[in-house]
Design a protein around this ligand. Structure first.
Ligand code: FAD
Ligand code: DHB
Length: 389
């Protein structure tokens, strides 16, 4: 065999899995469609659950996160009337870490380079074969030349649009999906955060999120119709809309500046079952998508990796197949709970086009209940900081 585990996709799932397997003495090769610069230019998630933080430490990539990340003890949920503080630390004893996906990915690339792992960028036409035989094979094209890689297992870490999930025959897959009728327009700007913790705002004009990367770099989002394009939104238009969706005292403190990145992400809930097909295992966005409202996408990828790296290590080092047999059910049990939380946060905080006045009152009542009930706040906090894995 050319390697023990072939990993399709060099995003956070593929890199973290490879890093953990390599540290356990297992050989991997990563096949990535894009250039490294392209992967590192994607601005995505910003919040790490503490379980993800600990897994990154275990993978030996915690140093820069410790130095440059910001632990947060809570977050705010608001509407025009209320500012509800969710005290994660007080309610659950746990925190989350503000540290961007781009930085996590950069740290993982640096660690993988130090390990000497083969990461092939610019691979095309990946196809996966022989998943029910003794040796699996991955074919791909690199620099115009068709090549093959043989391996014991294949990890499909190639995101929502990858080939891995499609390799499982359609009649053996069950897909569950909810597409939301809006997207998030996000900007990155070198300005100070409007609040020391994140603010998730449900306003009569739609949802807004005030997030950050550091003391002089913010990531801010507004809910927009799916028909909008990022080019439709000048910086001035973005900030005016963002300001309009924040409570007035907060809006009064807002400092604006030019955007250095601006993009729109559609919102979707999606799960494909099972996560295993013979020697192939699906991980992260290849298997499931959550709307970003609960900050769960990257964190779910991390828990999949946690389960799979243990399972593959057992299978390859002790011959014990219990872990790989249980992987799909184990990961899905956690995935569905994060699906529920992300859906609930999305429903609670967004305006749905054409909704009735009842829906608006339900959102108001949910926030009012959170303001008044510690039990409700603890439930939200427990999910936001991350269920155990
Ligand atoms: P990906 O990051 O998608 O990585 C998959 C990799 O596989 C990519 O590098 C891709 O180039 C590669 N690939 C794809 N197809 C092939 C192929 N055929 N062959 C080889 N390589 C291939 N989550 C949050 O929590 N908060 C957010 O704000 C947030 N914003 C997001 C914005 C966008 C636009 C998107 C798409 C996602 C966002 N997410 C967010 C979700 C979060 O970023 C993902 O959950 C996370 O990136 C999952 O990591 P992954 O490695 O599984 O998949
Ligand atoms: C960020 C993104 C999220 O989806 C979220 O819930 C919190 C923060 C961010 O990009 O900072």
């Amino acid at each position: 065999m050319d390697t023990q585990v072939a990993i399709i996709g060099g995003g956070p799932s593929g890199l973290l899995l490879s890093q953990l397997l390599n540290r356990a003495g297992i050989a991997t090769v990563i096949l990535e469609r894009s250039s490294r610069d392209h992967v590192l230019s994607r601005i995505r998630a910003g919040i790490l659950e503490w379980g993800t933080v600990e897994l990154l430490r275990e993978a030996g990539v915690g140093a820069r996160m410790e130095a440059e990340g910001f632990p947060h003890d809570g977050t705010f949920l608001t509407d025009a009337e209320r500012m509800v503080h969710i005290d994660f630390k007080g309610l659950t004893g746990k925190q989350v870490m503000v540290y961007g996906q781009t930085e996590v990915t950069r740290d993982l690339y640096d660690a993988q380079d130090a390990m000497g792992t083969t990461i092939l960028h610019g691979v095309e036409d990946v196809s996966i074969h022989d998943l029910d035989g003794p040796v699996a094979r991955v074919d791909y094209t690199l620099n115009g030349e068709r090549r093959s890689l043989t391996c014991a297992y294949v990890a499909g870490c190639d995101g929502f649009h990858g080939v891995s999930r499609q390799t499982i025959p359609e009649d053996k897959r069950r897909e569950f999906e909810r597409v939301y009728p809006f997207g998030w327009l996000g900007i990155l700007s070198r300005t100070p955060p409007v609040s020391h913790e994140l603010i998730y705002a449900n306003s009569p004009h739609g949802f807004a999120l005030a997030s950050m990367r550091n003391a002089n770099l913010v990531r801010c989002y507004v809910q927009v119709p799916l028909s909008d394009k990022a080019e439709d939104w000048s910086d001035d238009r973005f900030w005016a809309e963002f300001r309009r969706r924040l409570p007035s005292e907060t809006a009064a403190r807002l400092i604006t500046g030019p955007s250095i990145e601006k993009s729109i992400a559609p919102l979707r809930s999606f799960v494909s079952e099972p996560l295993r097909w013979g020697r192939l295992f699906l991980v992260g966005d290849a298997a499931h998508i959550v709307p970003p409202t609960g900050a769960k996408g990257l964190n779910l990828a991390a828990s999949d990796v946690f389960y799979l790296h243990q399972a593959l290590t057992d299978a390859l080092q002790t011959g014990s197949k219990g872990g790989i047999d249980a992987y799909s059910d184990r990961a899905l049990a956690r995935i569905w709970k994060a699906m529920r939380f992300s859906w609930q946060m999305t429903t609670m905080l967004h305006r749905f086009e054409g909704e009735d006045s009842f829906a608006e009152r339900m959102r108001g009542a949910t926030l009012a209940h959170l303001a008044q009930s510690e039990v409700a706040r603890r439930d939200l906090a427990e999910n936001y900081v991350g269920l155990p894995f």
